[in-house]
Design a protein around this ligand. Structure first.
Ligand code: FA5
Length: 340
């Protein structure tokens, strides 16, 4: 074996590697030349039998050949892997900039969406946020709000009691009391939150639902102010053509008390299925803060006046989206939830 023969092997190797079509073919070429009985391995072993002055040149030529083989194998492997023949050793690195798989995405619950919209409108009208506890004292839920001792809603049939004095709030109105106790007028707040009633459940009655309370107290607040504020709110939520109507109603903590209805957005007042042919939809209870309530929080009713209103968020959401059963909001049915 001389240097010339060794160099001739180069073109043989190049030709063989060029013909390789798969990773296995490349491995076969590697074994053929570098395996235990491979041609280059045997050449390297035979150097010791050559005349001493030939050995350095033979050794250098063998090493060059070995390097050449490795380079050719690596280049071909990359070419194959680029062409789709994936190879564990030469696979391209993971690319973190590639777009992710489009998995299932969550989104806000429809009640949260409606609540957010309502808050946005009220913040725009100058109201700020007030909050109170879900587990409330009987005093704030009833007594300070001027509910007589024998009022039916105080009954355990309507209210979830924790103890004699502690209950799950049945409305958001107790937040009015808590807020007035710790602030002096003028004040203008909304209090959104969850409320609980020991109700028989049906398509329009839930045992837990959301309300938004509103309260405005200053030195010269009138029923006309209440009417304008409510009108601005419903027109922003349901459209500028919406009209409102006040009718007398009774809540112990307001005097006078009113039931607020708006013209039906489905028929604009003509009568349709949504409004049960009446042309009107009830939206909230409201009224002028009762003097007894002012006295309970230490305000002088001869100096201050104010209005309060309270509405059910679930019922509004049902109207806005044409939902026929309130129980769907808590049913955890993804087919329902993904529609919004
Ligand atoms: C009240 O809760 C008063 N606190 C509202 C109020 C505030 C009046 C301030 C005056 C001044 P009412 O019980 O009517 O009122 O409930 C208010 C709203 O809650 C109703 O209009 C309705 O939309 C909703 N609501 C009442 N009961 C249920 C129920 N079981 N399921 C779902 N929504 C309900």
């Amino acid at each position: 074996m001389d240097v010339e023969n060794i160099e001739k092997l180069e073109s043989k190797i190049r030709w063989e590697i060029n013909r390789c079509e798969r990773r296995d073919d490349l491995q076969a070429v590697r074994v053929k030349y570098l395996g235990r009985k491979g041609q280059i391995t045997l050449l390297l072993r035979s150097i010791k039998d050559a005349p001493p002055r030939e050995r350095p040149r033979l050794g250098a030529a063998c090493n060059r050949l070995k390097d050449f083989l490795e380079e050719q194998l690596a280049a071909k492997a990359e070419e194959l892997s680029r062409a789709g023949e994936a190879n564990e050793l030469y696979q391209p690195p993971h690319d973190p900039t590639l777009p992710a798989h489009d998995g299932i995405r969550g989104h806000r619950h429809v009640i949260s969406m409606v609540l957010r919209r309502m808050k946005e409108i009220f913040y725009g009208m100058g109201y700020s946020l007030a909050e109170g506890p879900d587990v409330e004292l009987e005093y704030y839920n009833f007594q300070a709000l001027n509910f007589p001792e024998e009022h039916p809603s105080r009954d355990t049939q309507d209210t979830f009691y924790v103890t004699d004095d502690i209950l799950l709030r049945t409305h958001t109105s107790p937040v009015q009391i808590r807020y007035m106790e710790s602030h002096t007028p003028p004040l203008k707040i909304i209090a959104p939150g969850k409320v609980y009633r020991n109700e028989s459940i049906d398509p329009s009655h839930a045992a837990e639902f959301y309300q938004v309370e509103g309260l405005y107290v200053d030195t010269d607040v009138s029923l006309a102010d209440l009417k304008k504020e409510v009108e601005i709110f419903v027109q922003q939520l349901f459209g500028p053509q919406t009209q409102i109507r006040f009718r007398p109603d009774f809540f112990p903590f307001v005097e006078p008390g009113v039931d607020v209805a708006m013209t039906c957005f489905g028929c604009l007042g003509k009568g349709c299925q949504i409004c049960k042919q009446t042309g009107w939809i009830e939206v909230m209870g409201a009224g002028m803060v009762h003097p007894s309530v002012f006295r309970a929080v230490g305000y002088d009713p001869d100096v201050y006046s104010g209005f309060a209103f309270g509405m059910g968020v679930d019922r509004l959401a049902m109207l806005m989206y044409g939902i026929s059963d309130i129980r769907l909001f808590l049913a955890d049915d993804l087919r329902f939830l993904y529609q919004f």
